[in-house]
Design a protein. Structure first.
Length: 273
């Protein structure tokens, strides 16, 4: 009799846990409240600064900045033609636009006014940068797809001061680096095969085994990305994971307190959460 009671209690506990998990997912989905939408050019050429402002390319390829409510805060129209491959706006005082086709690093101030530009060949950079990011010390991280290296370009010394070979980390036949980003003194390189983490001296630390991620960003101590119809969060220090189901297919996302920005191929949807 006691065994039957124990089994019944165990089954009830398992059913309760499963029901609770399902209910939690449903509540998470229900908390997303749609606000409005804006047309965009690319769902991966996006960024968010530490003040919560969002940056993206308009259909005419001008850079737009909007506040957390989607209200316009400024526009930058590039003076010359070229494709902006990435935006790094975490530091709103120094916004980086990387032109992969021109191998150019272009900087804007907080008013979206040009403050400087650097063409990599002018620094005797012999490789081909596929991705770039602004470092905390105002230098630049670069991924060189020619030599498969992670390097740091020192602007004062006008040369590469850190160079980490990645030939033993990346799969030569399948590598496809999509993004480079420094956050909380760590450097994150997003590749087809996973997210590779380095310290701020370029030393390889670990791999986050998540494949085919289009774009990552950070919210407090969590890294997040969109995949398989959900927004996935990974704690940077405990590796704890959580997932938020999304109301429809999206490619990428930017998140802040109370606001969620979800990007499809040609549209940015604003949500409250």
């Amino acid at each position: 009799m006691k065994a039957k009671n124990y089994i019944a209690i165990l089954l009830l506990a398992l059913l309760t846990a499963a029901t609770s998990a399902f209910a939690q997912d449903m509540v998470q989905t229900a908390t997303l409240k749609y606000s409005h939408s804006i047309a965009i050019f690319s769902p991966t050429t996006i960024s968010k600064d530490r003040n919560g402002n969002v940056y993206f390319l308009a259909p005419n390829r001008s850079l737009l900045r909007v506040d957390s409510l989607g209200l316009p805060l400024g526009t930058f129209s590039p003076p010359t033609r070229g494709r902006i491959a990435s935006i790094d706006a975490w530091n709103p005082m120094k916004i980086l636009l990387f032109y992969e086709d021109r191998q150019e690093l272009f900087l804007l101030d907080r008013f979206l006014r040009p403050i400087g530009n650097t063409t990599l060949p002018d620094f005797n950079y012999n490789g081909t940068a596929k991705a770039a990011a602004l470092a905390a010390d105002d230098n630049f991280w670069l991924f060189d797809e020619t030599n498969l290296t992670l390097s740091k370009l020192d602007m004062q010394l006008r040369k590469v001061t850190i160079e980490t070979p990645l030939n033993l980390i990346l799969e030569k036949e399948r590598f496809n680096v999509k993004q480079l980003r420094e956050y909380q003194n760590m450097v994150y390189l997003v590749d087809t095969n996973g997210i590779f983490v380095f310290d701020n001296l370029g030393n390889y630390k670990r791999k986050i085994p998540v494949a085919d991620v289009a774009y990552i960003n950070f919210l407090d101590n969590e890294l997040y990305f969109v995949q398989d119809g959900a927004l996935h969060f990974i704690d940077l220090y405990t590796s704890e994971k959580r997932t938020l189901p999304l109301p429809k297919p999206y490619v990428t996302a930017l998140a802040s307190k109370g606001k969620l920005y979800l990007f499809s191929a040609k549209q940015l949807d604003f949500y409250y959460w």
